[in-house]
Design a protein around this ligand. Structure first.
Ligand SMILES: CCCCCCCCCCCCCCCC(=O)SCCNC(=O)CCNC(=O)[C@H](O)C(C)(C)COP(=O)(O)OP(=O)(O)OC[C@H]1O[C@@H](n2cnc3c(N)ncnc32)[C@H](O)[C@@H]1OP(=O)(O)O
Length: 133
């Protein structure tokens, strides 16, 4: 599972239609921010649910990647609590819940500037090759 270029749709710097996410680790969480534009909408004024899922997926899978492992999403569950609006800075945070063998259980949430959580993610992330050593 290699990433030789910068074309990841979510985080690649060279992908002209990508989201170009950047990440920060903070204590035991991993975080990114994103402000959705009209090209990211489904219904008028509301971020497309598939892209909401992408944000949640990326922050969770990348957290394991950042810790030195090649990892893929094996299972992804999203709870859409409220519509996610365009034009507001969204904060997406992930936290590792548990690890069993090569599988990590991770949770994430997407929140608005006022703290309202509009979507929650839960994922099983599988390590496919240890690159830490
Ligand atoms: C400094 C940092 C710089 C970083 C700079 C680069 C950053 C770069 C970041 C990229 C971040 C990408 C973020 C996007 C993340 C994607 O989008 S990844 C793409 C989407 N995901 C995929 O394509 C994964 C496709 N699936 C697979 O490859 C394989 O199914 C898996 C997940 C590796 C598992 O395959 P496997 O190891 O062969 O395991 P398998 O035989 O299927 O199962 C064995 C056992 O494992 C367990 N298991 C397997 N899957 C599951 C599951 N989903 N749930 C529970 N148990 C499971 C079960 O016990 C299973 O036994 P059974 O229940 O089947 O009897």
């Amino acid at each position: 599972m290699e990433l030789k270029d910068q074309w990841c749709f979510a985080c690649g710097k060279d992908n002209p239609i990508g989201l170009k996410l950047e990440f920060v680790e903070e204590e035991d969480t991993y975080r990114t921010t994103f402000t959705a534009k009209p090209e990211h909408q489904g219904y008028d004024g509301i971020m497309h649910g598939g892209l909401v899922s992408t944000l949640l997926d990326e922050v969770m899978a990348r957290y394991i990647n950042m810790k030195g492992f090649n990892a893929v999403t094996a299972r992804l569950e999203v709870r859409f609590r409220q519509p996610t609006p365009l034009g507001q800075q969204l904060t997406v945070r992930a936290k590792i819940i548990s690890q069993r063998g090569k599988l990590y259980e991770i949770k994430s949430e997407l929140s608005l500037p006022d703290g309202t959580v509009t979507a929650e993610g839960k994922a099983t992330i599988a390590v496919v090759e240890d690159t830490a050593s």
